[in-house]
Ligand binder design. Structure first.
Ligand SMILES: Nc1nc2c(ncn2[C@@H]2O[C@H](COP(=O)(O)OP(=O)(O)OP(=O)(O)O)[C@@H](O)[C@H]2O)c(=O)[nH]1
Length: 678
């Protein structure tokens, strides 16, 4: 590896020294698994530098040994499986161990969340993107090709799980030996069960002092009806029994039923955008074969392309000459526009059209928020960044929007608040974008009574994803709010507190079941609006982290809704306009004003913070004036020091949104929504 790197440094001996150092640094990043494109996008001036895309051999300890002819690899020896679990039960750690024992990566103590490649994943320690890795494993003298997909655990990213499952025949359902079954364990089990996949329960973290694998096995038997003998006990951290997991995958998960002799058809189950190669699609081949140079077409747009590059993900890209029935890999086919690579699309040989594969149910956005460039001159750049990121995260919906105060922008739909925060963070980290995000809202509905409006909208029922467009009571016969069925799993000592929290959030209890002596599973019907922002955090804090929560759609219900405005010195703050239930308006208005008072820095004049319904003010707080003189402590001295302090103050202001003459920190818009009630 070192020789390759040095020779690379020498190659560019005619280029200036600083470029060579940069090239070398980028080369190092590539071999460490970082995406060059992400770095380069942040430093646009680097775009003239050479790219090491497919020309660089992926660093894999066995890449040469594994350079096998995929065309001869029998379908019967392929296994496609996902790792699914509740948050933090150890999916990524198990994936690290599986990569190590199959030789895909070198075994070192530094291997932590190898498949979590995004900066946001490493910073937050959570998986947000499913990742694929192809492993070769020898069992009873035969070589198997195992395609593993590591999936996220948080409910906001469950769409990634359902898409991954479509490329698999089996799943490893990981359950923490101490925490036992949690809400996402139940949700993920049903996703796999409904898809008819083989489910192998794996009890992880048996090395923990408080591990109680027997209790967890009994829960699995009771809740999922899987005999306890089928569970495998492991410690992913220490590697205990991990080899057995691979043996069981080979023996229990069926091979894909695809045949190489059929016509070629492949499902695009994920895709990303590479600045230089365009769209890189992850495909599962359901029949036939595809080779470099073939002409293929997509069922969605009917456009045709030439296959330029394809290969396996080991987990870094390893180009091959072809992909064959049953295999999972990546493909580059010169798609330059992000709209050309739809997730769920079917690819086929241009001369042999096929019926489209079932694809995926589109994700249903639960939370909508406006996104606007900080400065309208950044509109085009932000549009392209959003396009590229939504290609990589197809569960985000985008529609154009504009506002008097914020200019032109978009209204984006997300699966939850964490999803929205992660998307925003990725925009900033991967695309250097500077955005203003408005208060999130759930998709409300209104039944119109005005004949003129019904004609204008073409239907009696409209969906409201922007509070600014909330129709007045006089033209509406009924407002409706989205509801969800929430599942809570908790030790029974916390049931009392949790019940009162649910009551406070307008929830109604459906049922309650003891899954073992001390743990309860409760089902509630909630208005989505009541759980979307901070319910999960509150549940965690009042149960000392022991309760877990998951939810799914449960249609709409009539509700008494009103629009609440927030005013700063009499000027309405569009980012904070929200739709609330009448019953909650006073308490929410009061809390919003108090929290805004805490998050807006004092300025040189008095600021009145008010909540209003129509023209009626329902709550008020006052922020006292204060003059922040950054030069106060800078007696005499050098003018450059004063300029530096003023520059730093100006830079701080860039992160503020100016409303009238008031500076509001960008993150205040979301933080003020987080309630602290118990
Ligand atoms: N003691 C112990 N800790 C483990 C074991 N497996 C994982 N962990 C720890 O559990 C934490 C979560 O592990 P991850 O592998 O990131 O969990 P995950 O399920 O991938 O998490 P998400 O992707 O965020 O859902 C980390 O701190 C791991 O070090 C184990 O076998 N024993």
């Amino acid at each position: 590896m070192a020789t390759m790197a040095l020779s690379h440094l020498k190659q560019g001996s005619k280029t200036p020294w600083f470029r060579r150092i940069l090239e070398f640094k980028m080369y190092k990043r590539k071999i460490q698994g970082y995406s060059i494109t992400q770095t380069m996008l942040r430093h646009r001036w680097m775009k003239h530098l050479p790219v090491f895309s497919s020309s660089v051999q992926p660093i894999s300890t066995q890449s040469d040994k594994d350079a096998i002819d995929l065309s001869k690899f029998p379908v019967e020896r392929i296994r496609n499986f996902s790792i699914i679990a509740h948050i933090d039960h150890g999916k990524s750690t198990l994936a690290d161990r599986l990569l190590e024992i199959t030789g895909a990566i070198v075994t070192t103590e530094k291997n932590k969340q190898v498949l979590d490649k995004l900066q946001v994943e490493r910073e937050r320690g959570i998986t947000v993107k499913a990742q694929t890795a192809s492993l070769f494993y020898t069992h009873k003298g035969h070589r198997y090709l195992l395609n593993l997909i590591d999936t996220p655990g948080h409910v906001d990213f469950s769409y990634e799980v359902s898409r991954s499952i479509s490329a698999c025949q089996g799943v490893l359902l990981i359950v923490d030996a101490n925490q036992g079954i949690q809400a996402q364990t139940v949700a993920n089990f049903y996703l796999a069960f409904e898809a008819g996949l083989t489910i192998i329960p794996v009890i992880n973290k048996i090395d923990l002092k408080n591990a109680d694998p027997e209790r967890v096995e009994a829960q699995i038997e009771k809740v999922f009806d899987i005999p306890r003998e089928e569970c495998i006990r492991i410690s992913a951290k220490l590697g205990t029994n991990v080899d057995r997991v691979l043996q069981e995958v080979v023996e229990r998960v069926p091979a894909p039923t695809a045949s190489k002799d059929d016509v070629f058809k492949a499902l695009v189950f994920d895709s990303g955008f590479d600045h230089y190669r365009g769209v890189v699609a992850n495909v599962a081949v359901f029949g036939g074969r595809v080779r470099k140079g073939d002409r293929i077409a997509s069922a969605f747009l009917g456009k045709s392309y030439e296959v330029q590059e394809l290969g396996l993900l080991r987990p870094h890209e390893q180009p091959t000459d072809g992909l064959y029935a049953g295999q999972v890999g990546y493909m580059v086919a010169g798609m330059k526009d992000v709209k050309e690579a739809q997730i769920g699309d079917t690819l086929y040989h241009q001369q042999h059209p096929v019926d489209a594969l079932p694809g995926f149910k589109p994700a249903k956005a639960m939370v909508f928020a406006g996104m606007y460039p900080m400065d309208q001159s950044e509109y085009t750049g932000l549009r392209s960044a959003i396009d590229k990121l939504t290609l990589n995260d197809s569960s985000v919906t985008v529609q154009k929007d504009s506002s008097m105060a914020l200019g032109a922008g978009w209204r984006l739909g997300f699966l939850g608040l964490l999803h929205m925060e992660v998307f925003n963070q990725r925009l900033e980290q991967e695309y250097n974008a500077n955005v203003v995000v408005t208060a999130p809202t759930v998709p409300y509905k209104a039944r119109l009574s005005s004949a003129r409006l019904i004609k204008e909208h073409g239907s009696e029922e409209i969906t409201i994803v922007n509070p600014a467009q909330f129709p007045e009571r006089s033209v509406v016969s009924e407002y409706l709010e989205p509801m969800v069925v929430g599942t809570i799993l908790t030790p029974d000592t916390f049931t009392g507190q949790i019940m009162s929290l649910c009551l406070n959030r307008r929830a109604t209890q459906e049922n309650m079941l003891y899954i073992d002596e001390h743990r309860v599973m409760m089902k509630y019907i909630f208005p989505l609006n009541e759980i979307v922002v901070d319910f999960y955090d509150l549940l965690k804090s009042l149960s000392s982290g022991y309760a877990s929560f998951d939810y799914e759609n449960a249609g709409y219900q009539a509700a008494d809704l009103i629009k609440m405005d927030i005013l700063l010195n009499g000027k309405s703050v569009e980012e904070l306009t929200m739709i609330v239930h009448r019953q909650r308006a006073y308490s929410m208005g009061k809390a919003m004003c108090e929290r805004l008072k805490g998050s807006i820095p004092r300025q040189m004049f008095e600021i009145a913070v008010q909540a209003a319904i129509g023209s009626k003010v329902i709550a008020r707080e006052t922020i006292k004036p204060f003059r922040k003189n950054v030069l106060a402590k800078c007696y005499g001295g050098d003018i450059t020091r004063k300029l530096k302090l003023l520059k730093r103050q100006a830079e701080g202001k860039k992160k503020m949104r100016r409303i009238g003459n008031i500076d509001v920190p960008k993150d205040a818009f979301i933080n003020v929504l987080k309630r602290t009630d118990k």
